[in-house]
Design a protein around this ligand. Structure first.
Ligand code: NDP
Length: 401
């Protein structure tokens, strides 16, 4: 009997509960809670029609620690899967400690009034989770998440001395909208407009946002422009694999997306500084989010594929070696299975797999952990079983850019 409470009824939450419902031996009782219960109810209806499984729904403001604690106790959940927004991470961790439940999320904490995502706020909970005998698994999405596990897997099986890591995130999907983001618009735009940062010889190198472009030929997708960015897994991977002399993250963007973003930035619509509008304080980026399409509604029209993976170079058994480990996911196939596009799918499935590894105790260990700190093998096996099969190939040489 494993009771689980999922918080957040967005694109990612929807995929995670659909996948959990398909595995009743592992997830025997599922409660989905979110700010608006109507969104939970719509997902519950879809889960029932696709899988025959009934899930419980509840309205919850997860910023309210007492209310969240009460709901964990009421549901009897041994694990809380936080698929709300990064702003809720610390409050939900507090509620897990108060109610005695394990914790999992897919994005690290970010203060609402500062676009600064760093792990130190959540790593500070290490001793409290350890003392309480509870597990907190951080970043169990695709990136962070699968990309961390890919790194651990390559270190374990393929490259004895890793030197450089490049994470390449390509979304070639077309949703037919002039401008929309594939996950929460506010979080997405805060991430994309932040300065780029990569790890080089033991220090962070900062460059202006979207100022470094490369073209890469992605498997099953073809040539796409990708841009150097900062991404949160670089922080934990450079800490846990200190042998890496360079760690970078790249993401593809189409020209139309960048043109729209440029205009929105130039006119101040991506700002998180509050302004007064007709006597009321509003945050321009939050207003922009309200007028953009909801990512969870993009599934029906999105066509194309995602291709996300790691290229790692180093030496193995005395010779230079470069491997590329990646997954390709098709937007339309995801929609047919769970009613969501591939960006939600590639995040919701790893959240479900991480949850299963805590529940069956393979990855249950008191404390606060990043994904690369556990044995990658059971996670890699479950990716193949539950819809995100991966491919590994040896490249003739290291990246030359
Ligand atoms: P959405 O905005 O679609 O969903 C978030 C959900 O959380 C919404 O239903 C929202 O409610 C709910 N919510 C927000 N605040 C609260 C609150 N205070 N209490 C309860 N519920 C709340 O986002 P996504 O599904 O796209 O993303 C979910 C998470 O996954 C985010 O943290 C995102 O950063 C992360 N992510 C991680 C990725 C990875 O690879 N690691 C990739 C993509 C996303 P409402 O509907 O009322 O707004």
């Amino acid at each position: 009997m494993s009771k689980v409470l999922v918080i957040g009824a967005g694109g990612v939450g929807s995929v995670a509960v659909h996948k959990m419902a398909k595995w009743p031996d592992m997830f025997s009782e599922i409660t989905l809670a979110s700010r608006r219960v109507a969104k939970c109810d719509a997902i519950a209806t879809s889960v029932k029609s696709r899988t025959g499984v009934s899930i419980t729904t509840s309205e919850l403001d997860a910023d309210n620690v007492e209310a969240t604690t009460r709901l964990i106790e009421k549901t009897g959940a041994s694990l809380v899967v936080n698929l709300a927004l990064p702003y809720q991470d610390l409050n939900i961790m507090e509620a897990c400690l108060a109610a005695g439940a394990d914790y999992l999320d897919t994005a690290n904490y970010e203060p609402l009034d500062e676009a600064k995502f760093e792990y130190h706020w959540q790593w500070a909970y290490q001793e409290r989770f350890k003392k309480a005998g509870l597990t907190a698994l951080l970043g169990s999405g695709f990136d962070p998440g699968v990309t961390n596990v890919f790194t651990a897997y390559i270190a374990k099986h393929h490259i004895q001395n890793m030197q450089t890591l490049d994470i390449l995130d390509c979304n070639s999907g077309d949703h037919g909208q002039h401008f929309a983001t594939n996950f929460n618009p506010e979080i997405n735009i805060r991430e994309v407009t932040a300065p780029a940062r990569h790890w080089q010889d033991g220090a962070w190198v900062e460059t202006p946002a979207l100022s470094h472009k490369q073209t890469f030929d992605f498997p099953q997708v073809g040539n796409r422009n990708m841009y150097l960015m900062y991404h949160e897994e670089l922080e934990s991977l450079s800490k846990h694999f200190p042998e890496l002399t360079r760690a970078r993250f790249w993401m593809t963007f189409g020209d139309a997306y960048l043109t729209h973003l440029n205009v929105l930035e130039n006119i101040g619509m991506t700002s998180i500084e509050p302004i007064i509008y007709e006597g009321q304080e509003i945050v321009p980026l939050q207003f922009l989010k309200a007028v953009l399409p909801e990512p969870s509604g993009l599934g029906e029209t999105t066509k194309g594929k995602t291709c996300i993976g790691n290229i790692i170079s180093g030496t193995h058994e005395g010779r230079p070696k470069t491997v590329y480990l990646y997954n390709v996911c098709d937007h339309e196939a995801c929609f047919a299975e769970v009613g969501s596009q591939a960006v939600s799918f590639t995040t919701g499935v790893p959240a479900m797999i991480g949850a299963s590894l805590i529940l069956d105790k393979s990855w249950r260990k008191p404390g606060v952990w990043n994904m690369e700190q556990f044995d990658p093998d059971p996670f890699m096996d479950r990716l193949n079983i539950y819809g995100l099969p991966w491919h590994i190939t040896e490249l003739p040489a290291a990246l030359d850019f």
